[in-house]
Design a protein around this ligand. Structure first.
Ligand SMILES: [Zn+2]
Length: 205
């Protein structure tokens, strides 16, 4: 099924909110241009799930200070989303569902982990298990950044047999090279992901 205008999420759907964290906002340690502009679209999507009692799941980058992805430790990124810092917190305008299904990734110093698929909750249980446990078949996804964590999460979900709908107005790219975000979307589509705007969620019913 292709979502058309007036999409209604249903049983078997989950919304995955990827890394909407302060360090990925403009002015943050690893700021994504326009990162804060996704918040209304993200919140609209979250509300659309909450009003139907459907699961909303949050991932976060949650690095130890000696994480291997940081420039000081031989990686390619400035230090970002260090555990328990303000930069690792969610944007203050982001709607947080309670109880909060929260999955952390990049928690082991030696391991880069762009994909949220194996991110772990506070008990160490991975997102992949939660999706299976909840009987999820289709995942709506938005967040930061299109060309890294969203891309890799989407590819893992598709690989695992989930249907994936990317909320393209709820994503922004790092664009280390100018076309990276666009190329990432093309890769997702080529593998079977479907694009949709959060404006196409039916508000109720
Ligand atoms: Zn990171």
């Amino acid at each position: 099924m292709n979502p058309t205008a007036q999409t209604t999420p249903t049983e078997g759907d989950a919304l995955l909110v990827v890394d909407v964290q302060n360090d990925f906002m403009p002015g943050g340690a690893l700021g994504v241009k326009g990162g804060d502009r996704i918040i209304p679209a993200m919140n609209r999507s979250i509300e659309s799930f909450l009003v139907r009692n459907l699961p909303v799941i949050y991932s976060r980058d949650w690095h130890p200070p000696d994480h291997s992805s940081f420039l000081d430790n031989g990686g390619i990124w400035p230090a970002h989303c260090v555990q328990h810092t303000e930069g690792a917190g969610f944007h203050s305008d982001l709607l947080i569902a309670t109880p909060t299904r929260l999955f952390s990734k990049g928690t082991r110093a030696a391991e880069e982990q762009y994909s949220a698929f194996h991110a772990e909750d506070e008990t160490g249980s991975p997102l992949s298990s939660t999706l299976a446990h909840l009987g999820i078949e289709r995942v709506y996804i938005g967040g930061l950044a299109t060309d890294y964590c969203v891309l890799n999460t989407v590819l893992d979900l598709l690989q695992a047999g989930y249907r994936v709908i990317v909320l393209n107005d709820a994503c922004r790219a790092v664009d280390v090279s100018p076309n990276d975000g666009h190329a990432a979307l093309e890769r997702m589509i080529a593998r079977g992901a479907v694009m949709m705007s959060s404006l196409d969620f039916r508000s109720r019913g």
